[in-house]
Design a protein around this ligand. Sequence first.
Ligand SMILES: Nc1ncnc2c1ncn2[C@@H]1O[C@H](COP(=O)(O)OP(=O)(O)OP(=O)(O)O)[C@@H](O)[C@H]1O
Ligand SMILES: [Mg+2]
Length: 260
Amino acid sequence: MTATEATAAHPATDEGPVLRCTDLSKRFGGVHALEKVSFEVRRGEVLALAGDNGAGKSTLIKTISGVHRPDEGEIRYKGERVVLDNPRHAREIGIETIYQDLALADNLDVGANVFLGREPTTRLFGLERLDRPKMRAVAHDVLETLDIDIPERKLHEPVRNLSGGQRQAVAIGRAIYWNAELLIMDEPTAALGVPEQRKVKELILRLKTQNVAIIFISHNLVDIFDVSDRIMVLRRGIKAGERRPSETDHNEVVRLMIGG
Ligand SMILES: Nc1ncnc2c1ncn2[C@@H]1O[C@H](COP(=O)(O)OP(=O)(O)OP(=O)(O)O)[C@@H](O)[C@H]1O
Ligand SMILES: [Mg+2]
């Protein structure tokens, strides 16, 4: 698979939602982290997930990325019921998750990070070895396709030398290279400066045009209103409401978050 193929738009032919969750519940001891939460997300759509600390946002994305098994409820991916055994299984079917810590390997370069755990190899004098030129070429292509501005020389340095926004971009690029059809991002802009926040939001909008479905967690209502098509609010594990940005405002979303 080439980067060009990998970053090609997903066909918008099947009209059903990419993900449909019905009555998902998850308890930790006595804590009801999720109570009968139902929602769906379609291709080319950004669903923002809002809620106060402890509302259940991370628990929800962990149940759709194979980290947690829900105690109850159903997950349908591209129309089919799935039971996700682990995060690898979720990635194999096209659900890529970018966690807040990004899970980049700081000491490796961009190419090695794009392929982390899935490295291509080549044979030289009968010995199997990592195909570094391929990793670099793909890293270059992916970043170029997404219009991510990282200087060529930086591609060959450990990613710890990149800015927060560039690192976020590498994580997004990796997800896209591996053909994410559903991309889940937990607080992607939280640790970034203003110009980098803008860049990440541009990337999200670009992925929308490639028909990727995106679930985006944020505490920042400005970001949520900037990029989302729908906003789902969780409060103490319960779905408190769902709104289109055009039919609501910050005040109402905050009221849904805190109740009363
Ligand atoms: N592994 C776990 N074991 C026990 N309790 C947990 C676990 N994970 C989450 N919880 C509890 O479930 C509830 C929801 O937590 P979750 O992390 O989903 O919230 P969140 O909405 O992501 O919050 P934040 O905005 O602070 O990240 C909390 O009460 C939390 O303490
Ligand atoms: Mg969380």
